[in-house]
Design a protein around this ligand. Structure first.
Ligand SMILES: Nc1nc2c(ncn2[C@@H]2O[C@H](COP(=O)(O)OP(=O)(O)OP(=O)(O)O)[C@@H](O)[C@H]2O)c(=O)[nH]1
Ligand SMILES: [Mg+2]
Length: 346
């Protein structure tokens, strides 16, 4: 009986130690809080995946028939050449792609249809990769950056400007639109809607007023109010109309008279117009020092091969591609995905 208090004490000590152990263990096991992935990532990722499928696989038919034969023969070359021309890569580029491949087949470097298709795809990609496709924004200049949109009627200038605005606002930049298409009153309305949609502000002029002065005013206002970027819309014009091309030269000159600098002149080309876009590009580039191309309507075009002609023959990078009419339907041009999609047989 005299042992009872000692046993009691030992039991109490065991309970205490066990109790501490549980507390410490449970503290250790306490899960570190998990930061849930931002749902925004999911939202952004979905449409991009969707867009990849929007390029037309215009070379798929030729690729399938070349692969379907046991050997590389004259018909293989005819199929590829015809498909490249139909996709509007242009005669020069088609030849420049196929001639070296013919030589490699002759030299037995390439012997199977599958090797030929892989080599063609690699050559097409290598013509496009390595080009700088960033939009030029220079944060070190005094005053706002100015980006000009130019191109023929209906190419997609105003729509692309609206989509670019949304992307730039999302990057945290203060954007002011300049409604330099004073030719039609409806053009200003259209741009106003895009300004509201994308979170930008807008300066408009009266219908028929001088586009240069509207853009000049916008640049001055942007500078005074510390905007980062002026996105200037212009009226569509035919590249062979010398007066209107002269007007565009003036727009560019006057835009830089004040505090801003034109850091990007984007030529908007409708991909469905194919080779015609090449002569447009040449004349606009002469008039306005084009720094990049926005290729619109690639969602509906079977002439996406024009990308090769524009880049190879003019050396102007395709920076953005339009894949539809909504605000999200403008993506950075990714050459590898593009070439894969052109040749995809699935
Ligand atoms: N499917 C498709 N439609 C587009 C794309 N980009 C523009 N559009 C449509 O093309 C039409 C003309 O677009 P605008 O942006 O008004 O063209 P614009 O060059 O400003 O025309 P003007 O000011 O009249 O010279 C509109 O119906 C647009 O919705 C695109 O990438 N895909
Ligand atoms: Mg317009």
């Amino acid at each position: 009986m005299s042992n009872f208090p000692i046993i009691f004490l030992i039991l109490a000590a065991v309970v205490l130690v066990f109790g501490f152990g549980v507390v410490i263990q449970s503290r250790r096991k306490k899960p570190t809080p998990v930061i849930a992935p931002a749902p925004v990532v999911e939202v952004v990722a979905a449409p991009v995946v969707e867009k990849k499928r929007s390029f037309k696989n215009v070379l798929a038919g030729a690729v399938s028939s070349v692969l379907g034969r046991g050997e590389i023969n004259d018909t293989s070359w005819d199929d590829l050449e015809e498909a490249l021309l139909r996709a509007d890569v242009g005669v020069k580029v088609a030849q420049a792609l196929l001639e070296p491949l013919r030589a490699r087949v002759k030299a037995k470097e390439i012997s199977t249809p599958a090797e030929l298709i892989t080599a063609l795809q690699n050559d097409m990609s290598s013509r496009l990769v390595g080009t700088n496709r960033e939009l030029n924004f220079d944060a070190s200049i005094d005053g706002p950056n100015i980006w000009l949109m130019v191109g023929v009627n209906g190419a997609g200038k105003t729509t692309s400007l609206g989509k670019i605005s949304a992307q730039q606002v999302a990057l945290g930049r203060k954007v002011l639109m300049a409604a330099g298409d004073t030719f039609r009153a409806a053009a200003g309305e259209q741009l106003q809607t895009w300004a509201e949609r994308s979170g930008a502000e807008i300066i408009r002029g009266a219908e028929g007023s001088d586009p240069s002065s509207v853009i000049f005013d916008a640049v001055q206002a942007a500078n005074a109010r510390k905007f980062d970027l002026v996105l200037a819309d212009t009226a569509g014009r035919l590249q062979n109309n010398t007066n209107l091309m002269e007007e565009l030269r003036k727009v560019r000159r006057v835009a830089e008279k004040g505090a801003g600098t034109v850091t990007e002149t984007l030529l908007v080309i409708d991909a469905t117009t194919g080779q015609n876009g090449l002569s447009q590009a040449r004349l606009f580039a002469d008039a306005t020092q084009v720094t990049g191309v926005v290729l619109t309507k690639l969602d509906g075009s079977s002439k996406g091969g024009i990308v090769f002609a524009i880049e190879t023959e003019l050396g102007i990078p395709v920076k953005l591609v339009g894949l539809g009419e909504t605000m999200e339907d403008l993506v950075a041009f990714n050459p590898t995905e593009f070439v894969e999609a052109l040749c995809s047989t699935t």
